[in-house]
Write a protein that binds this ligand. Structure first.
Ligand code: ADP
Length: 325
């Protein structure tokens, strides 16, 4: 009896191996219609490796990749991303922004390309082009303005991956990725797809509530063993529209304190500036229109620090970055 049972098991094992050979597996798991039936233990590994390979292939023509995280929504993450992009473009760099904030896609508005639509090329999406040759990849450039987008979990993941892996980026100097708020699976998915990022910029407002969420973002980035280029304290004081004097309306220093506490570089403060808010609403790239003003200078100094770090590839401590001030 035992002999018969062993023979049956052996023959079943034989059938299984014949079947997988007959199926003629190409190991292209991401394209396979038998993906969910497949019992190969390597399936998940192959699948995720392939996703990473696709992303790396798509991004191979880009020299530097910087991800901008903010923890909390509304702290000015997109405003900082857009202005850093404009600053880089003003210095002659070829810049692409991916807006991964799928629910609050505001980069197209800030860059002034709301009315443009991405086309599909031979190798994927073609970014829209804005002022100073800045390229933008955003959900707002896919759909009609104002149409609510209802995302299901898989669709969100597909959309983020689609933007990264199936876009014709071409040769670029910088990619800036405006990450979604929070430290959820959306952000983690993107972090996985860009393992060779030069580093992360974390934007916070001075308030303790914003600091707490920015701290979570820093801890996540540290856990992933990625480089933190530094913290920007946005909405830090109020810049008078007439004389430029920065008044401390609310407590300031929260971003600096957070950078010190976490021993990461502090990049600088950007005040609340009515002309910046107006430029954002009107879709005018602020740094371009207000070059030389106090707020623009603050952004330029932040950019200098980021470029120094990207250039030498070093993770700086807080004290080292303080000496760069
Ligand atoms: P987030 O991307 O973090 O959700 P946004 O960049 O969209 O935040 O900024 C939210 C709003 O705050 C925008 O309308 C923008 O115009 C405004 N804003 C951001 N930073 C400043 C600033 N330093 N001065 C004035 N307005 C600002």
């Amino acid at each position: 009896m035992a002999v018969i049972r062993r023979e049956r098991t052996d023959s079943l094992r034989h059938i299984k191996s014949v079947t997988s050979q007959e199926l003629n597996c190409t190991f292209l798991c991401e394209l396979c219609d038998r993906f969910f039936d497949c019992e190969r233990p390597e399936r998940e590994q192959i699948y995720s490796r392939r996703r990473m390979q696709q992303a790396q292939q798509a991004l191979q023509g880009i020299k530097h990749k910087i991800l901008v995280a903010g923890g909390k929504g509304g702290v000015g993450k997109s405003t900082c991303t857009a202005n850093l992009a404009v600053g880089l473009a003003l210095r002659g760099k070829r810049v692409t922004i991916i807006d991964q904030d799928l629910d609050g896609s505001s980069i197209p508005k800030l860059i002034g390309v709301m009315d443009k639509r991405m086309q599909i090329g031979e190798n994927g999406l073609i970014p829209v082009e804005g002022p100073l040759g800045i390229h933008v990849v955003a959900v707002a450039n896919l759909k009609d303005i104002g149409e609510p987008v209802v995302w299901f979990q898989d669709m969100r993941r597909n959309a983020s991956e689609e933007f990264i892996s199936h876009t014709e980026y071409g040769e670029r100097d910088f990619l800036l990725v405006d990450l979604p708020p929070g430290t959820g699976s959306d952000s983690i998915n993107i972090m996985q797809l860009i393992p060779d990022a030069d580093g992360y910029v974390v934007v916070t407002a001075p308030s303790q509530v914003s600091q707490a969420t920015a701290r979570k973002a820093i801890l996540l980035i540290k856990k992933a063993k990625k480089r933190i280029l530094g913290v920007i304290e946005n909405m830090s004081g109020f810049a008078c529209g007439h004389c430029g004097y920065v008044d401390r309306l609310m407590p300031v220093g929260g971003g600096y304190a957070l950078a010190k506490e976490q021993d990461v570089p502090f990049l600088g403060r950007i005040p609340i500036d009515p002309s910046l808010a107006r430029a954002c609403d009107e879709g005018v790239p602020f740094l371009h229109a207000f070059q030389g003003g106090g707020t623009a200078r603050a952004i330029e100094l932040i950019l200098d620090k980021i470029l120094t770090q990207v250039g030498d590839g070093q993770q700086r401590t807080h004290a080292e970055s303080d000496r760069l001030q």
